[in-house]
Design a protein around this ligand. Structure first.
Ligand SMILES: C[S@@+](CC[C@H](N)C(=O)[O-])C[C@H]1O[C@@H](n2cnc3c(N)ncnc32)[C@H](O)[C@@H]1O
Length: 259
């Protein structure tokens, strides 16, 4: 059993069966088996106020589509609070929403430190505004596009959060060197064979010289970030050595431009 307190994640959804594949394989499966995370799927329909188990209705004011009403969602969230034994709302009750705060590694890291997370998956045109105002502490978007429901966004969030929960990844270094950790993109990776279809591996990686390998990786990481996501460099944690490397990369690019 794990020495850590598990992160308890309650997911409120109309389609609990959608989670079976992603949550019962690989690292997510192991994290649950080791007691590092606890995932509880709650069918919102179980809290419907009518015998047909419907949870949606036409929007006031008219217009296309249906809206998830407040009764079942209030019932489901209150059920979670009672089951978990909270008097007050827990750390975060998150509504998955394209209108929410953009999800990123820093937010995943913060969420991995919570003891309890409640994720609400919307459907149709979304949820009644009173749910958002009264129950929700955070709204999270996984990108500027609209999906049919909040299930896939919730899976994305749970996956990204789980790998940051202490003890989940074998080597602590695996997460600390990932892209976005420290604000940079990660350096390139190589594995066996040493030569494949005429393509080799950078000599430095075969040298066994740890300090040279560290420097090469750092330079590649800075170069990649500069080429692909230069805006990240504004907020990345940069040492004076990093700044010097970047200065040299930029001046060699300028020289190439002039020649
Ligand atoms: C079809 S969408 C509703 C979109 C809503 N009418 C709007 O324009 O903002 C249905 C549900 O999918 C989820 N969803 C869709 N796109 C999402 C995104 N990019 N990030 C997070 N959740 C999303 C939300 O839970 C949302 O309530």
């Amino acid at each position: 059993m794990s020495p850590f307190k598990p992160v308890k994640i309650d997911i409120l959804t109309l389609f609990p069966e959608m989670f079976a594949g992603p949550f019962s394989n690989s690292i997510l499966k192991r994290a649950q088996e080791c007691g590092l995370i606890e995932i509880n799927l709650i069918n919102i329909r179980d809290f419907s106020a009518n015998k047909h188990r419907t949870v949606d209705d036409a929007p006031y004011g008219g217009g296309a589509g249906m809206v998830m009403g407040p009764e079942a969602l209030f019932g489901a969230v209150e059920h979670v609070l009672n089951t978990r034994g909270f008097d007050l709302l827990p750390g975060r009750v998150v509504l998955m929403s394209p209108q929410g705060r953009p999800f990123n590694q820093m937010l995943a890291d913060k969420m991995a430190r919570e003891n309890n997370l409640v994720l609400i998956c919307g459907h149709y045109e979304g949820v009644d505004e009173r749910v958002r105002k009264e129950l929700v502490t955070d709204e999270i978007s996984i990108g500027d596009y609209v999906l049919t429901g909040g299930e896939i966004p919730a899976m994305v969030v749970v996956d990204a959060v789980t790998r940051l929960v202490p003890g989940v990844l074998g080597e602590a270094a695996s997460a600390t060197e990932d892209s976005f950790c420290g604000g940079l993109l990660e350096y390139p990776h190589y594995t066996r064979p040493r030569e494949y279809r005429g393509m080799g591996v950078p000599e430095v990686l075969l040298s066994g010289h740890h300090e040279e390998i560290r420097k090469w990786r750092r330079r590649e990481s800075l170069l990649r970030t500069l080429e692909r996501r230069p805006e990240l460099l504004r907020t990345a944690e940069l040492t004076s050595e990093d700044k010097e490397i970047l200065r040299r990369i930029k001046s060699s690019i300028n020289e190439l431009d002039l020649s």
